[in-house]
Design a protein around this ligand. Structure first.
Ligand code: F6P
Length: 364
């Protein structure tokens, strides 16, 4: 057993539903069970880089069930500004990782529980290799593309939101004989599109993992019409290439940020109108998939992962990532999440089931 007294918890990367449930669980376990002092680190690693580092004290008042229901993160988060390549005024980059190690020392942290996605886990892994950074990770991302875990906090709520959008789009599509294109997030992975598409009754699901052609989708819609259907529901993941084969960006991205995906749905809707003669409309769900109250599964997973993360820290098992495997919590090396993404398996069970339902992926 490691003798730890002070534990820091931070959220990093794009927010999602369930982060506060995880923060609550970490605090209850650390302060309540083990009597540790718990510091909530503000704005992820950015707060740690400041002098003095920014934090709030988390104590028994966090044992408040309303946090389970609250979207966002009470600690704030950042999804840009890799400390090893930090954008500085004038356009350059510099290594600011020493400021993080200084922050850890200044605060006297014996353990850091970080709730983040794949990009964050890569940074945390590098920090562990470069200096004293006693880290335990908890996976979160609506994209659900972290290697090593079958499930990341936030994904299920995003799928619920996208499914509800299809529930709402279907009656209006049917009333107006329209093709409804729903563009969902997910970055380079099609997990949200696939799950929500299946749950919401999509006729076509386009994901980055499966190359698609306009003619195949148009034929699928023609077959629906021939069977008497007057509408079609098409779910498009944001990183799907446009009909011209391009990645569509929503606009310029901020310094140190990932490219901002968005807009492919409109390009596909316009192309399908031409190819089918049917009227098409597009809905871009955007950040509503990240906000709002978490669903029950995200609350459950976040709470279980938070407890396990603290148990690992107390046992001195640093460098571990809490994972969800076969319906329960376990742990794996953070390095596993740092080296690989987890795209949709085009030959996997879910895609096979979707094809079995007659859903078209645009490839055949
Ligand atoms: O990784 C989570 C995610 O929501 C992606 O699905 C999406 O592409 C991106 O973040 C959006 O980032 P931002 O909040 O910076 O626009």
């Amino acid at each position: 057993m490691a003798t730890i007294k002070r534990l820091g918890v931070l959220t990093t990367g794009g927010d999602c539903a369930g982060l506060n449930a995880a923060i609550r669980a970490v605090t209850i376990r650390a302060a309540g069970t083990y009597g540790l002092e718990v510091l909530g680190l503000i704005q992820g690693t950015h707060g740690l880089m400041e002098d003095p580092p920014r934090f709030i004290t988390l104590d028994g008042s966090v044992n408040d069930p309303s946090l389970l229901r609250q979207g966002g993160t009470i600690l704030g988060s950042v999804n840009r500004g890799d400390p090893f390549s930090f954008p500085v005024p004038g356009g350059g980059k510099e290594d600011r990782s020493p400021l993080i190690f200084r922050g850890v020392e200044t605060l006297g942290l014996d353990a850091i529980v970080g709730i983040g996605g794949d990009g964050s886990m890569r940074i945390m892994h590098r920090l562990m290799q470069a200096g004293r950074f006693p880290f335990v990770g908890i996976p979160k991302t609506i994209d659900n593309d972290l290697a090593a875990t079958e499930y990341a906090i936030g994904h299920h709520t995003a799928v619920e939101v996208a499914t509800e959008a299809l529930d709402r789009l279907q009656p209006t599509a049917a009333s107006h004989n329209r093709i409804m294109v729903l563009e969902v997030m997910g970055r380079d992975a099609g997990h949200i599109a696939l799950s929500a598409g299946m749950a919401g009754g999509a006729d076509v699901i386009l994901i980055p993992e499966i190359p698609w052609r306009v003619s195949v989708v148009a034929e699928a819609i023609a077959r629906l019409r021939a069977r008497g259907r007057n509408f079609a529901l098409v779910v498009v993941a944001e990183a799907v290439p446009s009909p011209e084969g391009e990645t569509v960006l929503a606009g310029p991205s901020a310094a140190g940020a990932m490219p901002r995906l968005g807009g492919v749905g409109a390009r596909i809707a316009a192309t399908l109108e031409k190819a089918t003669g049917a009227e098409a409309r597009v809905t871009v769900l955007g950040h509503v998939q990240r906000g709002g109250s978490p669903g029950a599964l995200d609350r459950l997973v976040a709470s279980s992962m938070g407890v396990h993360a603290v148990d690992l820290a107390v046992q001195g098992k640093f460098g571990r990532l809490v994972v969800w495997r076969e319906g329960k919590v376990a742990d794996a090396p953070v390095a596993e999440a740092a080296v690989a993404a987890r795209p949709v398996d085009p030959q996997g069970d879910l895609v096979r089931a979707a094809r079995g339902l007659g859903i078209c992926f645009g490839d055949q």
